[in-house]
Design a protein around this ligand. Sequence first.
Ligand code: KIV
Length: 257
Amino acid sequence: MKKKILELIAKKNKSKIVSLTAYSKNIATILDNFCDIILVGDSLGSVLYNYKSTREVSLDIMIEHSKSVRMGVKKSLMVVDMPHNTYRNPKEALKNAKKIMAETKSDAVKLEGGKKICQTIEILVKNNIPVMGHLGLLPQTDKTFKFKGKKISERRKILRDAQLLQSAGAFSIVLECVETSLAKIVTKKIDIPTIGIGASSNCDGQILVLDDLIGLNPIDVRFVKKYSNIRKEITKAVAGYTRDVRNKNFPLKKHSY
Ligand code: KIV
């Protein structure tokens, strides 16, 4: 296993894992000073492209954004989401994961799902492609976006799936919108780190979509804490520029050749 991945696993039960999404280089350079994991998430479909769901995100879009992010990531572990319909069977998954790894120089890929994708994970791992799992709410396939872990059957399935993903070779698992006590049980029962999003502080680490936490993406969901209102800052800057251009205060002599 890659050194960076072993170091990440070693953080379990020792220190919390910090993770955020990035879709481009400049943002990645900032996050790289803080994050253990930087994820090029297929959430970019709704955040950047206004798609109705992540199902519309293509492999090419993921690869182009990942190439940009790669330029800004020097220290963090870089993970790229495999988009919907790019890992329907092990053969398809291997071909597309190899393409992602070769073209983006990413450290790992992330796949959504449990038992059904275990054989695929085994094959990717055998081919030296590290895999991060994703359980709980699965945006690529779920019809409704509700938190998971209310029903006993659902709880059993998520725990079982987490154990199966670990056995298949996943190095970590994102738990999305998983009920607090279930996140605690899953985190306790597996040896690889769980990374929560809307899954309580019981996980080994946390991930959020950067655009949500800086207030760039105008959404309000329970699991997001807004740490800044970047829309307000951008508005202020653009208003200042507009004022200066209209009043002929920009560009000045010092800005000219
Ligand atoms: O697509 C994404 O950004 C994600 C994270 C939010 C976990 O999968």
